[in-house]
Design a protein around this ligand. Structure first.
Ligand SMILES: Cc1cc2nc3c(=O)[nH]c(=O)nc-3n(C[C@H](O)[C@H](O)[C@H](O)COP(=O)(O)OP(=O)(O)OC[C@H]3O[C@@H](n4cnc5c(N)ncnc54)[C@H](O)[C@@H]3O)c2cc1C
Length: 447
């Protein structure tokens, strides 16, 4: 017998299970991978698999909203952050992780927990009774998605989302490419030489841009006219916005000194380490819907990648989420069926860290409910509170879009302040608010 059923063993479901189990509640965690059903993006049966980049983004808790969210989650005993920290790889001031080590660590921790039963099964209908958390993510299997659509009375929404290619390190020509972080930035765990940079001259860049536009793309008629995630936009879609869009975006050369010329290149392709052993590197910002043959041909025109061997090519996938501001209450419960909570990306937050954070909150809210208590939502001054209130109330339901955590979701800092100071005012205020919330709610990582 279990106290709560969690459906989906991704980032959010794993975190929610951990939070509940540590409070002494028995969890049934249903995950369809391992039972014969995969999603279009996952490649393993591991829990909390990272489907695209291996980065949890900035780890700077003083100046960055997602770095602050990392810290708040650590303070609440997050399994995802603990395993992320345990399996980090160098990435400047970002927190990037060895994806296999990370997923294996989460799987092992949940498997070993006496209060968690992991069941490899696909769930095709919303349970009619019993406390439940739906954490099936942006690639929720169609049967359950349909059941959610029926229960909510809303049409599910579908998006494109894109994956960047991964290159074998040994196939990169380091006579042309070089190691350097932009501005030699040495962040937590970084060396100032965390990225591989492939430089382009103006002529090379213009030819590359033209070929990108001309390359054959995969067409998905059923999803035509559906907007992209801004943070995961295909490189060719960016290229269509103008000849310089990429050169001022992911391909910008500023702060990178080509050792062969002593100058910043006109444009650059950066690769970031993708596994702990440093054998795999992903092309930063190169999510794409180009056909595979065109990807290989085009990416091998990049200086340094002429002989690139690809561990994985880019691709496109669906993204499903509900209109949370209308459908969910402040504790992530479905208003029309309050025994059901939603967590993770299906609520319309965006990103690994945000999905995990909403899993953490769903777990804590459910644990309080099971204990016959009420947990006050975290204040909006906190990163967790800002994200939660975006999902459950602040955003317009009609125009609701997936959203990364950012200072724009926080209550504004009153008065005029310098931009640089403002970030620290947000994070300082958040830390104070968190202390107050934890004291008021008698919360601690262990309690
Ligand atoms: C292609 C793609 C690329 C992305 N790239 C990034 C990125 O680079 N960086 C980033 O920060 N975010 C990225 N995201 C967004 C998002 O942060 C991740 O998808 C994240 O994994 C969401 O966490 P989650 O727990 O909500 O869902 P998931 O991690 O996807 O977990 C959901 C789990 O539920 C399972 N499941 C689904 N349906 C059922 C069912 N009916 N029964 C049982 N189990 C089921 C799935 O197998 C999966 O394990 C990407 C999303 C997609 C789709």
């Amino acid at each position: 017998m279990h106290d709560i059923h969690i459906i989906g063993g991704g980032l959010a479901g794993s975190e929610a299970a951990w939070q509940l189990a540590n409070k002494g509640f028995r969890v049934r965690l249903s995950e369809m991978r391992g039972s014969g059903t995969m999603t279009p993006a996952h490649q393993t049966e591991g829990l909390a698999e990272l489907v695209c980049s291996n980065s949890f983004r900035s780890d700077d808790a003083q100046n960055n909203a997602v770095g602050l969210l990392h810290q708040e989650m650590r303070d609440l005993g997050s399994l995802i952050m603990a395993e992320g920290d345990r399996h980090k790889v160098p990435a400047g001031s970002a927190l990037a992780v060895d994806r296999d080590g990370f997923s294996d660590g989460v799987t092992a921790a949940l498997t070993a927990h006496p209060n968690i039963e992991i069941v490899r099964e696909r769930v095709d209908r919303l349970p009619e009774a019993g406390l439940t958390i739906i954490a099936t993510g942006p690639l929720t299997a169609p049967g359950l998605a349909e059941s959610i659509g029926i229960a909510t009375g809303k049409d599910q929404l579908a998006f494109f989302d894109a994956i960047a290619p991964i290159v074998h390190r040994e196939s990169i020509d380091m006579e042309t490419a070089w190691f350097q972080s932009r501005w030699n930035k040495v962040g937590p765990g970084g060396t100032g030489k965390d990225y591989i940079n492939c430089p382009m001259t103006k002529e090379q860049y213009l030819a590359f841009h033209a070929a990108l536009l001309a390359g054959e793309k995969t067409e998905f008629r059923e999803w035509e006219n559906v907007p992209y995630f801004e943070g995961c936009m295909p490189v060719e879609v960016m290229a269509e916005r103008g000849v310089d869009t990429l050169r001022f975006g992911p391909m910008k050369g500023v702060g990178l000194d080509d050792p062969r010329t002593g100058r910043w290149p006109y444009a650059v392709v950066q690769l970031r380490q993708d596994n702990a052993s440093g054998t795999l590197w992903n092309m930063v910002g190169f999510q794409t819907k180009l056909k595979y043959a065109d990807q290989v041909a085009l990416f091998r025109t990049i200086p340094g990648l002429e002989k690139a061997e690809f561990a994985r090519l880019g691709g496109l996938h669906r993204n499903t989420f509900i209109k949370s501001p209308e459908l969910l209450d402040g504790e992530l419960r479905l208003r029309s069926a309050p025994h059901i909570r939603f967590a993770g990306q299906i609520t319309g937050c965006e990103g690994y860290v945000e999905s995990s954070a909403i899993g953490l909150l769903a777990g804590r809210f459910a644990a309080a409910e099971l204990a016959g208590e009420t947990l006050a939502p975290p204040p909006r001054e906190m990163a967790l509170g800002a994200l939660l209130s975006h999902i459950t109330g602040e955003a317009e339901a009609e125009t609701y879009q997936p959203m990364n955590v950012n200072f724009g979701l926080f209550p504004p800092i009153p008065g005029k302040t310098k931009k640089a100071d403002r970030k620290q005012m947000y994070t300082g205020r958040a830390r104070e608010a968190m202390q107050g919330w934890m004291a008021q709610s008698s919360l601690s990582p262990a309690s």
